[in-house]
Structures are given as C-alpha cells and as structure tokens.
Design a binder for this molecule. Structure first.
Ligand SMILES: C=C(O[C@@H]1C=C(C(=O)O)C=C[C@H]1O)C(=O)O
Length: 114
C-alpha cells in the first residue's frame, strides 16, 4: 500500500530538507526549513505517483496493442470508434477539457495515430 504524505511529514526536517547537500532555496524554492521539509515529503509522494502513472501508461498501451492485434488477426477492424468515444467521454467527465486531451494521448499511445 502506498504511504500517505501526511504519515511521512513528521520527521523529515533534517534528513531530507537539510543534510542532503546543496542549497535549500535552490532545491525547494524556499530556505525556511519547515516548509522545505514538507515540500521534500510531498515530492516523495509526487515521485511515487509519477512512477505509478508511467507504469500504468505503459501497461495500458501494451494491452491496447494486444486488443488490436487480436482483433486484426481475427479479421476485425483496427479501431472501434464507439469504444474510443466512451473513453474520451469518461475522461472529459472526470477531468474536463484536459481529460479529453489526456485520453487522446492515451488512445494514440496504444493504437498509434489515426
Ligand atoms: C483497445 C481497443 O482497441 C482500440 C484502442 C482503444 C483503447 O486504447 O482504449 C479503444 C478502442 C479501439 O480503437 C479496444 O477495442 O478495446
């Protein structure tokens, strides 16, 4: 299970925002130690989220390619536009206009450009 940022933020002042070397202001955008420690803790979670999203992105693209290969090998179509519309609508509903752009990139990652 992934760790919540709030659980990590109590004891990070010296080890993450202070001793690790380099200029605190340059690394964290502030030289206030408490703020820098909190930012360091949040960044750990951000990095974890990014790694997870990259892995999920790659897994999704692989699965999408497998669906396309399976369908074409059976004489089917490369694309199913009604399904793509459903996915676009799901992302638009959840995330607005940015969701639509994200879904377009996701779809392209799996099946290639139209
Ligand atoms: C993966 C599929 O094939 C294509 C790729 C899609 C996707 O990446 O989600 C959706 C529809 C198809 O155009 C599918 O039909 O489910």
């Amino acid at each position: 299970m992934m760790t919540d940022v709030a659980e990590q933020s109590g004891d990070t002042t010296d080890t993450q925002a202070g001793e690790a070397g380099g200029d605190t202001a340059a690394r964290f955008g502030t030289d206030e130690p408490g703020a820098a420690a909190r930012i360091a803790a949040i960044r750990e979670r951000i990095d974890e989220i990014d790694r997870t999203m990259i892995a999920l992105w790659q897994e999704r693209a692989e699965l999408s390619r497998e669906v396309g290969a399976t369908r074409m090998a059976s004489g089917g179509t490369r694309l199913v536009l009604s399904r793509e519309r459903e996915i676009l609508e799901r992302f638009r509903h959840a995330l607005g206009a940015d969701g639509t752009q994200l879904a377009l990139l996701l779809l392209r990652a799996g099946r290639g450009p139209l």
